[in-house]
Ligand binder design. Structure first.
Ligand code: ATP
Ligand code: MG
Ligand code: MG
Length: 554
């Protein structure tokens, strides 16, 4: 592993280890809310937390922050577990904030008894109105002075479902004049007569994020609770609650913040991604155009490519947008090492070798991966009629065109040197066949002087008779704009790139008939492709993961 300097999160931990912390105190968590599928931004947080776990040999919990029954579902829990595992990480414990509902309730009762919480019976608008502004103090609720007895009684009624939704909330009694708006008597509980995906109908009140998160960290004895920057002002409240529930001398978690990572030409927010799914703009959460981990997996990304991406962008203190080209670079870099090379023609024109015997076929030897000798070789069928790419031929071209033209030679990869002779056109002047001759002594790898002569270009090809047809899905950026959700005039859903998906028919070498879902290949000179889960023996489907070169680079 390449040496790099400590990032600021690691520096925090190193400082702590020098003072009051011991290595065995270290414990981290990754705390997703199961209200959608994980995206590439979460990958950064996963790699940060689990990466620290690996570095310090410390446990990392997978904690579901499932405090909002309206948006959360078992499907999302399952998807999140699948994605974290696929990235190659192992959690110490699978935890749920909902497992702590009773403890949180008991602590809330303790806060009421100690005069730190009260039931407010105002409508939410009134509560919002009294909050004040950052420069003006708020007003105290008329219910702030309720007696402990009355608060306990009402809170129990709320819990038992005896009060309507919205009738009351439980608020922390802190300071309505605090310069930190979050300290102005924040809501701890609201009434929701909704079934929860785990606790079902046992609870009629649900804790708010601020009340549940730090307490969950405390229960699990997490040492460092890393969250994104927008939670910085919440830190004061995080500590206030911990102070109220803990006993002197107990080990308390500390919240620290890092910058959210955004990716260009997409949106990274579960809420927005859900809209794309619900509106049918994409087909599913794992649509290969989605920046979700499941979408990237289906598209052909490897766990290493995503981990390398997260590691290379590192952790930051300022929010920024990472160019999606960098993610694509990481995919290429990894797939180049591992993906077998194959031949596929996606935009065919027929090439006839006029001096090659009709009906004859040869099986030529081809290397599977020049980057990996152990990948071995395979056999490729060659015959008189081949497909090559239309763009690999021009009737006449300037000297910079190193592909096939009339009167010039090129090599057919793993096969022979050919020379363009003439073209056959239809009535409209479109080329329907290219005729060429081959040099029978120029076979690749044969060692003959003819095979060793230099020609400028090498083309990929498939034998017409042996080629198998496949559906090939070509993906482009989901949004043409760099930051679709920052557009002031238009809603991001109206900014979809109409060319984000193109479906074409491709002609592949026959070895691909046996390819299995998720198998990854380099279609030589084109890009990296992966078998889609829609693929069947009768209808093979390939996704283009990424082109060989960045077609957007100027
Ligand atoms: P979303 O808006 O997509 O729902 P979230 O922050 O609400 O994001 P959570 O499920 O709460 O999603 O996130 C779990 C963890 O992942 C949190 O610690 C959160 O800070 C972190 N995280 C979420 N999005 C990003 C991102 N874009 N970059 C880095 N970390 C992120
Ligand atoms: Mg969240
Ligand atoms: Mg969220």
């Amino acid at each position: 592993e390449a040496k790099r300097s400590l990032n600021f999160i690691e520096q925090i931990i190193e400082e702590d280890l020098k003072s009051e912390y011991k290595n065995e105190d270290l414990k981290f968590r990754f705390p997703p809310e199961p209200n959608g599928y994980l995206h590439i931004g979460h990958a950064s947080s996963i790699c940060l937390n689990f990466g620290l776990g690996e570095k310090y040999n410390a446990p990392v919990n997978l904690r579901f922050d499932d405090t909002n029954p309206i948006k959360e579902e078992q499907e999302y829990v399952d998807a999140i577990k699948r994605d974290v595992e696929w990235l190659g990480f192992k959690w110490a414990k699978e935890c749920y904030a909902s497992d702590y509902f009773q403890q949180l309730y008991d602590w809330a009762v303790k806060l009421i008894k100690n005069g730190y919480a009260y039931v407010d019976s105002q409508a939410s608008e009134a509560i919002a109105d009294q909050k004040g502004t950052p420069t003006e103090p708020g007003k105290e609720s008329p219910y702030r002075k309720r007696s402990v007895e009355e608060n306990l009684e009402l809170f129990e009624q709320m819990k038992n479902g005896e009060t309507a939704e919205g009738a009351h909330v439980l608020r922390a009694k802190i300071d309505m004049t605090s310069p930190n708006m979050l300290m102005r008597d924040p809501v701890m509980y609201r009434i929701l007569h909704k079934s929860h995906h785990r606790t079902k109908d046992s609870w009629k009140i649900y804790p708010m994020y601020d009340w549940a998160h730090g307490e969950s960290d405390f229960i699990e004895q997490v040492s460092h609770s890393f969250c994104t920057l927008e939670f910085l002002p919440h830190r004061e409240l995080y500590n206030w609650f911990l102070d109220k529930v803990s006993k002197p001398g107990e080990f308390l978690p500390k919240q620290r913040e890092f910058a959210r990572r955004n990716l260009s030409h997409t949106v990274v927010s579960k809420r927005k991604l859900l809209q794309l799914v619900e509106k049918g703009i994409v087909n599913s959460w794992d649509d290969p155009r989605m920046p979700t981990i499941s979408g990237l997996r289906r598209r052909g990304y490897t766990p290493d490519s995503i981990r390398n991406f997260a590691e290379s962008i590192g952790v930051g203190k300022r929010e920024n947008i990472i160019d999606v080209a960098h993610l694509e670079f990481c995919a290429r870099e990894d797939l180049n090492k591992t993906a077998p090379r194959v031949m596929a023609v996606l935009d065919p024109v027929k090439l006839v070798i006029t001096n090659y015997e009709e009906g004859k076929e040869e099986w030529l030897e081809a290397e599977n991966n020049p980057e990996d000798e152990s990948a071995g070789t395979r056999k490729l069928p060659f015959s008189r009629e081949l497909y090559i790419e239309q763009e690999d031929f021009k009737e006449s071209a300037n000297r910079k065109f190193f592909r096939l033209t009339l009167g010039k030679e090129v090599r057919l990869k793993n096969a022979y040197i050919i020379k363009g002779e003439e073209v056959v056109k239809d009535d409209d002047g479109n080329i329907i066949e290219i005729h060429c001759t081959y040099d029978p002594k120029s076979k690749s790898g044969s060692g003959t002087p003819e095979s060793l002569r230099k020609v400028k270009g090498t083309l990929h090809w498939v034998s017409v008779k042996h080629a198998i047809e496949a559906e090939v899905r070509l993906y482009d950026r989901l949004f043409s704009e760099e930051a679709p959700d920052a557009n002031k005039e238009k809603d991001f859903v109206d900014l979809i790139n109409p060319e984000s998906l193109t479906v074409i028919k491709g002609y592949l070498e026959p070895s691909l008939q046996e390819a299995q879902v998720q198998d990854k290949f380099q279609f030589q000179r084109i890009g990296y492709f992966c078998v889609d889960k829609d693929s069947t023996k009768e209808n093979l489907v390939f996704n283009r993961t990424v082109t060989l070169r960045d077609s957007w680079a100027k």
